[in-house]
Ligand binder design. Structure first.
Ligand code: SF4
Length: 79
């Protein structure tokens, strides 16, 4: 099997509701209608969205988003 596993994590306690992440990739990030806090729509987005997710990481003013990319072929995290 090929492909990389992308994992996105958001820290809602840091989020200040700026909306940068939603602008960067609306398929992965949304905002709560009431308080504007980030909602993670897709914890494991497809590879084609990785550039946009990384853009969200870099533009988030609260540094509330992290992304990791694991090479599925390495099996480094296999139990
Ligand atoms: S860009 Fe950061 S601070 Fe702004 S809504 Fe997204 S997670 Fe929250």
């Amino acid at each position: 099997m090929s492909g990389r596993r992308i994992t996105v994590v958001v820290d809602k306690t840091r989020c200040m509701g700026s909306g940068h992440c939603l602008y960067a990739e609306p398929a992965v990030f949304d905002q709560d209608d009431h308080d504007g806090i980030v909602i993670l729509l897709d914890e494991h987005p497809p590879e084609e969205l990785l550039a946009n997710v990384r853009h969200a990481v870099h533009t988030c003013p609260a540094q509330a988003i992290a992304v990791t990319v694991e090479d599925a072929e390495d099996g480094l995290d296999a139990p």
